[in-house]
Design a protein around this ligand. Structure first.
Ligand code: PEP
Length: 250
């Protein structure tokens, strides 16, 4: 895979997630919002390590209750950019928090695309999430078109500049090339290292940076062995307990 002619000096230190090790996040998307989701959570209950699962809203409270004594944490897949009021269909950050969640995924490319979410909206959501006591997991990533036009770093810089709120609180960034999400396409390890290095440099190396996009039990170990990668955000492969556990064990 070709790299763009943009040099990224390695002037950053690798921020680690401490004794907890690398972070593995499962994004269930619009799947398993019923009994099947509760069963999946039950199958993961004994997992140790730094693991977060993000089920649909409909079972957040039940899953969080189920996992109350587990080391596994629960996150939502989005929240509103408004605090409360007449916003039919939306769920606020404080509602997510009161469901028992510790994390919230924001700026996922599917939300940016299907619901026309802008980076400014992501920033507002992230500020409200922090205020509610949640850790925002902010997604950034270039489209196939951006990638082919050699605009990856330009797009990442703009998304980072506009999506991250001014704060000293904990934030996690997920680099998810849109062309790798759900496609089975995975960038080369060098490309992942380089983009993560760029994100670290752009953000003063203040935040852990996860990789997301077609992570499976077959490629997880290689991706997680890159020092710049603080963990992985897993979509499709987080829907089967056995496969997700293999990724965690990687
Ligand atoms: C995602 O949607 O965040 C994702 C990484 O999906 P997948 O693992 O299925 O590519």
């Amino acid at each position: 895979m070709a790299f763009y002619a943009i040099s990224v000096p390695y002037r950053y230190h690798i921020i680690s997630l401490g004794a907890m090790g690398k972070l593995i996040v499962g994004n269930w998307k619009m799947n398993k919002g019923d009994e099947a989701g509760l069963q999946l959570a039950k199958n993961l209950i004994d997992l140790k390590g730094n693991v977060v699962i993000c089920p649909p809203y409909t079972i957040l409270r039940e899953v969080a209750h189920l996992l109350r004594d587990a080391s596994l944490k629960v996150g939502a897949q989005d929240c509103s950019s408004h605090e409360e009021g007449s916003y039919t269909g939306e769920v606020s950050a404080s509602m997510v928090k009161s469901s028992g969640c510790s994390y919230v995924i924001l700026g996922h490319s599917e939300v940016r695309t299907h619901r026309k979410e802008t980076s400014q909206m992501v920033q507002k959501k992230a500020a409200l999430a922090l205020e509610a006591g949640l850790i925002p997991l902010i997604c950034v990533g270039e489209t196939r078109q951006d990638y082919e036009a050699g605009k990856t770093f330009e797009v990442l810089k703009s998304q980072l500049d506009l999506s991250i709120p001014e704060t000293t609180q904990e934030i996690i960034i997920a680099y998810e090339p849109v062309w790798a999400i759900g496609t089975g396409l995975v960038p080369s390890l060098e490309y992942i290292e380089k983009t993560h290095g760029f994100i670290r440099q752009m953000t003063g190396d203040k935040y852990p940076v996860l990789y997301g996009g077609s992570v499976t039990s077959k490629n997880a170990q290689a991706i997680l062995s890159i020092p710049e990668v603080s963990g992985v955000l897993v979509g499709g492969a987080s829907l089967q307990a056995e496969e997700f556990i293999k990724i965690i064990n990687a």
